[in-house]
Every structure is written in structure tokens, then in C-alpha cells.
Design a protein. Structure first.
Length: 202
């Protein structure tokens, strides 16, 4: 994280540090990512900001996608609150977007001019000077497709295959993990619903 213990404890709560540790462990074990499903107010966004900051330190770039544009402002403020905003260079894909400080109401950052954004998109290349790109889903013309649902034999808690009363195998639906994609971290208050915020680490 590039922080001392004192800086870490100032930037994150104990619960957030635990979440960071779990996500870092998964990353180092080469898992695909993780799901942060804490209730509202625990600080999912701040944990995500911490992971994106760690990604930058490791030479990675991050794509932040969200359903609602106010989440873009929130994550920018999270970067500011953990003390790394002046060390990153984010780009907001949405037009005419301004982020204000929630205490002083001062402007923290704005989106690029429309012509510059369109030029970057037309290049089909990640703009080198930006560590992070932030956007709502609405900025993209089409959505990605999840892997198709498949069938597999159901196992019990002991790992044994289950059978029905006639001794026939029981099957369940599942969606296989798409290992071709980037690592991702999902943020959602209710874990069983679709995620609204996603971080891609190419």
C-alpha cells in the first residue's frame, strides 16, 4: 500500500483494513478478484480506492464502472480522504462532470473537454498518462455478455455428490468463471444482487 502503519490506520478503519487484507491475499493467490458486500456506511468505496491505489503502485491501471454517476464523485473523494489523490491521475469519461469537496464545496476535479474525450475513445488505446478511468455504464453502447449458464452435479457440504430419493444424480445451474477477463472487485450491499460498481485491473 506504500503506507506506514500510522498512515494506514489514519486512512482506513479496522474493518476496512481487514477487507484490504482479504483482497490482497486473493490477489497474491492469483484469484480473479472479490466481492465486498458490507452494509452501507462501512466503507466499501474506500476499500476499493485502496485497492486501486495498490494497483497503481504495482504498475496496473484500473477501470471503474458504476450505474450511478454520484459514485464517481464518491470514489474521487475516497482517494482524497486516504491521502493519495494528488499522486494519481484519474480520467472521468462522462461529459460535463464536476466533483466537489463534500465539506468545502471546492472543485476537486472535472471531466475532460468532450473533444479530448472523443479523441481518446477513437484511438482505442488506454491513455498512458491516466492511471484510472471512471465512467457510468451509460457511456458504453453495449454491455458485455456473461458466460452462459451450465449444469453440473450438485455436491453437499462434505463434497459428495447428492442424489434424489430414486438414487438419480441431482444437478444445479451455475455460471462458469470467465478466466479470460481481468481481475475484478464487485461492490454491493446485498451480495445476492447484481453488482453496481466494478473495478477492472487489466
Amino acid at each position: 500500500m506504500g503506507m506506514s502503519k500510522e498512515q494506514l490506520s489514519k486512512a482506513f478503519s479496522p474493518e476496512q483494513i481487514d477487507a484490504l487484507a482479504c483482497l490482497i491475499y486473493r490477489e497474491e493467490m492469483n484469484y480473479k478478484g472479490g466481492l465486498i458486500a458490507d452494509q452501507m456506511g462501512v466503507g466499501k468505496g474506500r476499500v476499493l480506492a485502496g485497492m486501486m491505489w495498490r494497483g497503481i503502485l504495482n504498475g496496473n491501471k484500473s477501470l471503474f464502472l458504476t450505474e450511478k454517476d454520484h459514485n464517481i464523485a464518491d470514489i474521487i473523494r475516497d482517494f482524497k480522504n486516504i491521502g493519495v489523490f494528488d499522486k494519481i491521475n484519474p480520467m472521468i469519461l462522462n461529459d460535463n462532470f464536476t466533483v466537489y469537496d463534500d465539506i468545502t464545496s471546492e472543485v476537486i476535479m472535472t471531466s475532460l473537454e468532450k473533444e479530448e474525450t472523443e479523441s481518446i475513445i477513437a484511438s482505442k488505446q488506454w491513455p498512458e498518462k491516466y492511471h484510472i478511468i471512471l465512467s457510468t455504464y451509460s457511456q458504453f453502447n453495449k454491455t458485455g455478455e456473461l458466460p452462459k449458464m451450465q449444469k453440473r452435479r450438485k455436491k453437499n457440504e462434505e463434497g459428495d455428490y447428492e442424489k434424489d430419493k430414486n438414487g438419480q444424480p441431482i444437478f444445479e445451474d451455475y455460471r462458469p468463471e470467465d478466466n479470460r477477463g481481468p481481475k475484478s472487485i464487485w461492490l454491493r450491499e446485498v451480495f445476492s444482487n447484481e453488482g453496481e460498481n466494478i473495478l477492472f485491473i487489466p
